[in-house]
Design a protein around this ligand. Structure first.
Ligand code: SDX
Length: 403
């Protein structure tokens, strides 16, 4: 592992005494790059079992939820800790439906700033969420009731923003949400302007359920660190979207598909892997800080991606690449992660490649919200520390005399 652990006491003892003379350092501190192994809080929201490859939401295996529940039920489960009964579901669902519409100001701003060549959809989504926060009232009220209200507004309206961006990119008019449709049906309806096929609804449903929460990942930590200063929910989600965008995190799904297109056919997979190994480059869609075995979400995605006749050539490339990378790196705990097979499904659903991570964000919003609300109850500002390795007591030299 490339984890760098530096024991500060050892580092200090190699210096010339200046550190210990100036400050009383806690000499047992260790540097764990990327906060590896750090534990931020206790949570009931979800559990990632990295050794056994299990993912649990509020007690339920994610595979069971993906097969049997819809996204609204899973969002409710993450937030409230139980699956909703009929009455609870009806109330939650109608509140979400009532907030699907995107304010006209957001559409106008997106239309003005959208540079079709250069604007990344994740940057636009981040900006749209920020604008939604500007238009909201009482954002600084951090009561559970108010944060839940605003969070449900984001769960409901992020698909509307994404679908509108997709259509603006194609030069089409955004489609108004349809409140007779479920969350996922409506997402696809707003994307293509027609009622979606049952298989497509199932594909997006399982994908959004599998992406809804995942422990203390980078974007969740970003959301929580922002929120813990008692900042507003929209600011926290803007930060989380920014974190998710990176190719080491949610942005990997986009790069994975680009790599499949470069590989072109199964005949080139071996050569591709050898090239990556020779250049010591990471292979996108593989590896995970917590999973040292197959990511359970990748297994479900693979099962569904394998059924898509139109994507069979791309699936074959993925499957061979999966086998070759696991043969090479499996002993190091490198296996496919959630971002490896998801792109094949998103492509099938008609999303452009650079929109893939926006779907991840639209799903993860319920996990971000659930964890922010849970942490609020025992809120404490995040404040880790670093180790100063610079100098002390440098002499100040006037600018004109500086070299
Ligand atoms: C997500 O945290 C979450 O829960 C995230 C997520 C979620 O749902 O929120 O699951 C979503 O972000 C999935 C990950 C998507 N990213 C990628 O697919 C990018 C490629 N993978 C990596 O760069 C990497 O595996 C990370 C970023 C996912 C994890 O990074 P770590 O834990 O910091 O691991 P590391 O980079 O320190 O690597 C450890 C070792 C190294 O080898 P050594 O130097 O010890 O010999 O594993 C090797 C790495 O070289 N390694 C890889 C590899 N990933 C790690 N080798 C080849 N290909 C890879 N993809």
């Amino acid at each position: 592992m490339s984890k760098e652990t530096t024991i500060v006491s050892q580092q200090l003892s190699t210096k010339e005494g200046a550190f210990t003379a100036e400050f009383e350092w806690p000499v047992t501190l260790a540097i764990d790059k990327g906060l590896d192994g750090a534990v931020t809080n206790k949570s009931k929201v979800g559990y990632v079992d990295g050794d056994k490859g299990r993912l649990i939401y509020q007690g339920y295996p994610v595979e069971t939820l993906a097969e049997n529940a819809n996204y609204e039920e899973v969002a409710y489960l993450l937030i409230f800790g139980k699956l909703p009964n009929e009455a609870e579901y009806a109330e939650f669902d109608s509140k979400l439906k009532a907030q699907r519409k995107m304010p006209i100001e957001v559409v106008k701003i997106m239309d003005i700033i959208y540079d079709h060549k250069h604007s990344h959809p994740m940057s636009l989504l981040r900006t749209a969420v920020s604008v939604l926060g500007v238009l909201q009232k009482n954002v600084m009220d951090t009561s559970r009731e108010n944060e839940l209200r605003m969070g449900m507004h984001l769960i409901a309206s992020m698909p509307t923003v994404i679908a509108a961006l997709h259509r603006l990119r194609l030069g089409l008019k955004p489609v108004e949400p349809d409140i007779t449709l479920s969350h996922v049906e409506n997402f696809l309806y707003m994307l293509h302007g027609k009622k979606p096929a049952a298989l497509d609804v199932k594909l997006l449903e399982i994908s959004m359920i599998l992406h809804a929460d995942h422990g203390m990942n980078a974007s969740t930590l970003t959301a929580m660190a922002t929120s813990a200063s008692l900042s507003d929910l929209y600011s926290s989600i803007v930060g989380a979207i920014g974190s998710l965008k990176g190719p080491l995190h949610g942005g990997a799904n986009e790069v994975v598909l680009q790599e499949f297109l470069k590989i072109k056919s199964i005949a080139h997979v071996t050569e591709y892997v050898a090239g990556k190994v020779a250049k010591k480059e990471k292979i996108m869609g593989f590896g995970h800080r917590i999973y040292k075995t197959y990511d359970p979400r990748a297994a479900v995605m693979k099962k569904y991606a394998s059924k898509l006749k139109e994507e069979v050539e791309m699936f074959k490339i993925a499957e061979v690449l999966d086998k070759e990378v696991v043969a090479k790196y499996g002993s190091k705990g490198i296996y496919p992660n959630v971002d490896f097979y998801s792109g094949i499904i998103y492509k099938h659903l008609g999303f452009e490649t650079n929109f893939f991570t926006t779907i991840f964000a639209a799903a993860r919003i319920s996990g971000w919200l659930a964890r922010i609300l849970e942490y609020r109850a025992e809120n404490r500002i995040f404040r880790p520390r670093d180790v100063y390795i610079g100098e002390f007591n440098k002499e100040f030299v006037e600018r004109k005399k500086r070299v």
